[in-house]
Each structure stands twice: as C-alpha cells, then as structure tokens.
Design a protein around this ligand. Structure first.
Ligand code: ZN
Length: 130
C-alpha cells in the first residue's frame, strides 16, 4: 500500500497538473464516449488519454505553450461567434434594399411600413415596404 502511494507521489511530483485545456479534452472525451459509435469511442478514449498524459507530463513549458495556443483558438472562436451574432441582430433589425438606379445597397429599419428611401449614392428616391 505504501509503495503504491509512493508511486503516485512520484508520478504526480513535478507534473504539470490539470489545466483548462485538459478539462476541455476530458469533457469532450466523455461526450464522445456517450455516443455509441466505435469511431467516437476511440476518439473519446484518445482525448481522455491525451488529457491524462498532459496532467502527469513533466514538461511544463511545452504544456503551457499548448495551453496558450488553445486559449488563442478560444478567443478566435469567440470573436467569430460574436460576429455571427452581430450579423444576425443586424438582419433582424434592418432590411437591405438595392437602389433601382445604381444598385447601391441601403439599410432600412424593419417594420416601419411603406417608406420612401433616399439613395445615399445617387439621390434616387424610391418607395419600399419594410
Ligand atoms: Zn442609387
């Protein structure tokens, strides 16, 4: 029993430990395991194995670099998601019309009934239903 606990002490001593990346890997790995499909099962086991390996790894510098790149990817995904959300909100609030004269795209607030639109580019006026 003592030898067993010593083994764990030596394994975890100086090891990198659990970080955000490993937590995500574990979470995604478990989600993959829940799916009853041989491919996702294998991927899930690989992800969990990789997370476990990162936790006991002694190369802290390398693991920290991995974490940094992971955080960068998270930020990029967050920005993309924000942009999509922003575009969706714009679409809900505004309707886009094309000027019949010069094809300039004009953004008009929705649900204003029939309005007269003044083209910003050529000055052409036209009626449209918002
Ligand atoms: Zn125009």
């Amino acid at each position: 029993m003592n030898r067993y606990s010593n083994f764990f002490k030596n394994t975890f001593k100086n090891s990198y430990g659990l970080d955000n990346l490993s937590k995500y890997l574990l979470l995604v790995g478990v989600l993959f395991l829940l799916n009853r499909n041989i491919i996702t099962l294998v991927v899930g086991i690989i992800l969990i194995g990789y997370a476990a390996w990162r936790v006991i790894s002694k190369n802290k510098y390398k693991r920290n670099q991995e974490l940094q790149s992971f955080n960068r990817v998270l930020i990029i995904i967050g920005q993309k998601f924000y942009r999509i959300k922003y575009k969706f909100n714009e679409f809900r609030k505004y309707k886009v019309f094309k000027c019949p004269e010069c094809s300039q795209k004009l953004r008009v607030p929705r649900k204003k009934g029939k309005v007269t639109i003044n083209c910003k580019k050529c000055g052409k006026q036209f009626k449209a239903k918002t």
